[in-house]
Ligand binder design. Structure first.
Ligand SMILES: [Zn+2]
Ligand SMILES: [Zn+2]
Length: 372
C-alpha cells in the first residue's frame, strides 16, 4: 500500500507536458487539403516582442501548418538595440519550422500611409530589395520576386478612424499592374465587411491573419479552445508551393473565432465534411416522445444554425448549435402520429458562415422518420 501511495504521489507531482501540439480539426475538402495558415506575424526584427524562433513552435503547438514572417520594412522601433536586417526573422525561424514540419514563408510588411496603407509581400527571396523610398518601387521589387501581395487591415482605426475600408486609385493601380492579389478581410479579430465585398468584386484572395506582435498566448486564449485568426488555404498539397499556388488561385477562406468567410464552393464542402448525420433513420412515436436526431461535428468550428422553414406536422427548434468536436441533438416532435415512414428535409441558415457580408450559407438536414 505504501509503495502504491508513493507511486501515485510521484505521478501527480509530474508536471503536465508542455511541448505538445494540439490538433486543429478543420477537415480537408474533396480535391484539396485544408492548410491552416497565419500569414502576418511580427518579431523583434520590427515592432514585435519575441525572438523569431518562438514563432514556429507556437504555430506547431496551436495546430497550424504554415506561418509567414512579415516584419515591417519601414518601422523598426528596436533599431537601437538590434541592427536592422529585413531577412533575419525568416532566416532564424525557418530551421525550427523545418524540424517541426511547420511551413515558414519569407515575407515583409511594406508599411506606408493610406493609400496604399500596409501591404504584405510573401514568398519573397530578398526583403532588402523592398526597402525603397517610393512604395511603388517597393512593390515593383516584390513583383520582380513573384511575391504574393495583400493589403493588410484595410479598415484599421489607425488609418481609417471610422473603421471603413476604402478602395483608392492606388489600389486599383496595383491590381491592374498585377501587384496586389488579396486583402485581409480579418486582421486581429476585426472583420471588415467592405473588404469582403471588395474581394468578391475585384476577384482578390480573402485572407485572415493574427498580425501578432506579442507571444501568441498573450493575445489569444490558445490553451483554452481559442485560436488566432487564420487563413484556410485549400491546397493541392501541404507545401510552400501548394500554398502559393492556392493563394494566387483564390482558394482560401477566413477562420476567425467561430466565423468562416468564403465562397460557397469551399464552405459547403467544408460544412459537409464537418457534420455527419449519425441517425439517418429514426423512430418517432408521437407527442411527448421526440425523435432525437444526432449530428456529429468532426470540426472545431461551432456551427450556429437558424431554421428557415416550418415542416408541416412536425415541431422543430428554431435554433440548432452544432458544437465543435461534439455530437448534438435535434429534437423532432410529431404533431400527429406518423402514418408511415417520412423523409424530412429542413433548411437552416448557418449564421457563422458568411458567403457575402449579407448572405450566409444555407444547409439542408435530411433524415427519415419511421412510425414506432
Ligand atoms: Zn500593419
Ligand atoms: Zn503587421
Amino acid at each position: 500500500v505504501t509503495a502504491l501511495v508513493l507511486v501515485a504521489a510521484q505521478l501527480s507531482a509530474e508536471p503536465p507536458p508542455i511541448r505538445v501540439r494540439t490538433p486543429m480539426r478543420i477537415p480537408d475538402i474533396p480535391g484539396y487539403v485544408t492548410v491552416k495558415a497565419d500569414l502576418h506575424i511580427h518579431t523583434v526584427f520590427s515592432d514585435g516582442s519575441v525572438w523569431p524562433d518562438v514563432r514556429p513552435e507556437e504555430a506547431w503547438r496551436e495546430g497550424l501548418d504554415a506561418i509567414a514572417m512579415t516584419d515591417h520594412i519601414e518601422y523598426l522601433p528596436h533599431a537601437e538595440d538590434l541592427p536592422p536586417n529585413h531577412n533575419r526573422s525568416y532566416q532564424i525561424a525557418a530551421p525550427l519550422g523545418e524540424r517541426l514540419d511547420v511551413i515558414v514563408i519569407a515575407g515583409s510588411e511594406v508599411t506606408r500611409d493610406m493609400p496604399p496603407g500596409h501591404l504584405n509581400a510573401i514568398f519573397i527571396s530578398d526583403a532588402d530589395a523592398l526597402d525603397q523610398p517610393d512604395w511603388r518601387d517597393a512593390l515593383a521589387a516584390a513583383g520582380e520576386q513573384r511575391a504574393f501581395v495583400f493589403w493588410n487591415h484595410p479598415g484599421w482605426s489607425g488609418q481609417q478612424p471610422d473603421g471603413r475600408t476604402r478602395w483608392y486609385d492606388e489600389h486599383q493601380e496595383l491590381v491592374e499592374a498585377g501587384l496586389l492579389h488579396g486583402i485581409e478581410v480579418v486582421n486581429t479579430r476585426e472583420y471588415y465587411p467592405e473588404a469582403h465585398r471588395l474581394c468578391l468584386e475585384k476577384k482578390l484572395t480573402l485572407l485572415s491573419n493574427s498580425d501578432v506582435h506579442a507571444p501568441s498566448n498573450l493575445d489569444y486564449h490558445v490553451h483554452a479552445g481559442d485560436h488566432r485568426p487564420l487563413t484556410l488555404v485549400f491546397a493541392t498539397e501541404r507545401s510552400s508551393a501548394g500554398i502559393r499556388e492556392a493563394l494566387f488561385d483564390r482558394r482560401t477562406a477566413v477562420y476567425s473565432g467561430e466565423m468562416l468567410v468564403g465562397e460557397e464552393r469551399f464552405l459547403r464542402p467544408l460544412f459537409d465534411a464537418s457534420v455527419e448525420l449519425l441517425t439517418p433513420e429514426l423512430p418517432l412515436s408521437g407527442e411527448d416522445d421526440p425523435a432525437l436526431v444526432q449530428l456529429r461535428n468532426h470540426s472545431d468550428v461551432t456551427f450556429s444554425l437558424r431554421r428557415l422553414e416550418q415542416v408541416p406536422g412536425l415541431t422543430l427548434p428554431e435554433r440548432l448549435v452544432l458544437a465543435g468536436d461534439r455530437t448534438s441533438l435535434l429534437e423532432v416532435e410529431a404533431e400527429v402520429p406518423l402514418a408511415g415512414p417520412r423523409d424530412v428535409e429542413v433548411r437552416f441558415e448557418a449564421e457563422n458562415v458568411k458567403l457575402t457580408p449579407e448572405q450566409n450559407l444555407v444547409v439542408s438536414l435530411r433524415f427519415r422518420l419511421v412510425a414506432e
